[in-house]
Write a protein that binds this ligand. Structure first.
Ligand code: SAM
Length: 373
């Protein structure tokens, strides 16, 4: 039986912008499906779930470059009220002059909206383009999976998958209805949705998504063994409120009659996004091997492990910290110390046991056009 509770979501304050490597690679994969606006004098864009803004700049720059000289753009940066809006404000302030180059006389005006995207966040029919980068996978509520204590891990995994998939379908339908209220007829929504591999045709083998979470999982077990974490706390960590959809699950939400009446699907493409640290890592390993440089090899392994682990902790640290506070009580303030230790142990685990792990995630890239009202 599944029930739900509301979630508090925020990337790790002050860390995310510097460590959002794979999310940056995911954004780059969307640049060729962004619409262009050569005739538009005034354009409104909303970046849904923008976090601290590091990955907002590149796509906004690409869209603004398509505007005619003299145009005005209104840029709305949206995230939950728990987001680090202070870092976001500094990121916007630094990037705004580069987004709208003065020589083409394009002006850009920014605003920040601290309202979660499971509500309408801007006025009806006020938006030309909505974008969501690595954000619509988060759920509105944390489904809880109630099973007898005697349930086997495989039973728990199956029950979790069923509860989360069903919540994710309802959430995506709801999100698309909300965005349809905000985005004008003829406007677009472009989404990069992190998830699982495309359903195979039975003949072609697709590599699975490898998020890089394994060394974190074994680090948590090591911390349970070392008494730094209780087993009950570890179990709660399995309920991270995100669902990694397959392209088929995304298609099913788009085919829901409540959605299909509002949105036309311009394109839907699965693409495999490789962690940007992987290629430099392979090159460094090759150089070390050629020079029989054992110290260089060790350095390369550690640098890759660090890039993978800090990326995951920057994006998910809030959840572990909040879960521990729930378990340990409001007086507990050990989150930073816990995350530092966890990061250290996970990097060691990655170096020792997962040096060959190629982190790569399937994204479903979707471009939708709002049908006429
Ligand atoms: C992995 S980050 C991606 C951030 C950014 N778009 C990027 O590409 O780097 C996911 C973002 O979605 C936001 N998010 C999750 N649930 C949300 C909700 N209900 N409303 C608004 N933002 C949400 C998180 O707070 C976080 O900033």
């Amino acid at each position: 039986m599944a029930s739900t509770s509301e979630t508090r979501i925020a990337m790790r304050d002050g860390y995310y912008n510097e460590n959002c490597f794979i999310q940056n690679a995911a954004v780059k994969g969307a640049l060729d499906i962004l619409p262009a606006y050569p005739d538009k004098k005034s354009l409104t864009i909303v970046d849904y779930g923008c976090a601290q803004g590091a990955n907002s700049t590149e796509p906004l720059k690409a869209v603004l470059a398509s505007l005619p000289a003299g145009a005005t753009a209104s840029l709305v940066f949206e995230d939950t009220p728990f987001n680090d809006f202070s870092t976001l404000a500094k990121t916007i302030s630094a990037s705004l002059p580069t987004l709208a180059p003065a020589e083409r006389n394009i002006t850009a005006h920014a605003s920040m909206v601290p309202v979660g995207f499971f509500q309408q966040v801007v006025p009806t029919a006020s938006v030309d383009l909505g974008v969501s980068w690595s954000s619509f996978n988060y759920l509105s509520h944390q489904p809880t999976v109630a099973l007898p204590a005697t349930a086997a891990p495989a039973e728990f995994a199956a029950a979790r998958q069923a509860a989360f998939a069903s919540a994710a379908h309802a959430d995506l339908v709801h999100l698309l209805q909300l965005r349809a209220a905000e985005i004008r007829s003829g406007g677009h929504l472009v989404v990069a949705l992190g998830g699982t591999a495309p359903e195979g045709d039975g003949e072609t083998d697709m590599p699975p998504s490898t998020t890089g979470f394994m060394p974190l999982q074994t680090a948590l077990m090591r911390m349970v063994g070392g008494g730094q974490l209780a087993l009950g706390e570890l179990m709660q960590f399995a309920l991270f409120p995100s669902h990694e959809r397959s392209p088929g699950e995304a298609r099913a939400a788009l085919a829901d009659p409540a959605v299909a009446a509002l949105w036309r699907v311009d394109s839907l493409q699965p693409r495999l996004v490789v962690h940007p640290a992987w290629e430099p890592y392979q090159a460094a390993l090759g150089r070390a091997e050629a020079g029989q440089d054992e110290a260089g090899r060790k350095e390369a392994v550690r640098a890759y492990a660090e890039a993978v682990v800090v990326n995951l902790v920057a994006a998910s640290g809030w959840f572990w910290a909040d879960t521990l506070r729930k378990c340990r009580g409001p007086e507990w303030h050990g989150e930073n110390a816990f995350l530092e230790e966890f990061t250290r142990v996970a990097i060691d685990e990655c170096v020792e046991k997962f040096a060959d792990m190629k982190v790569q995630i399937w994204y479903t890239y979707i471009r939708l056009e709002r049908r006429g009202a």
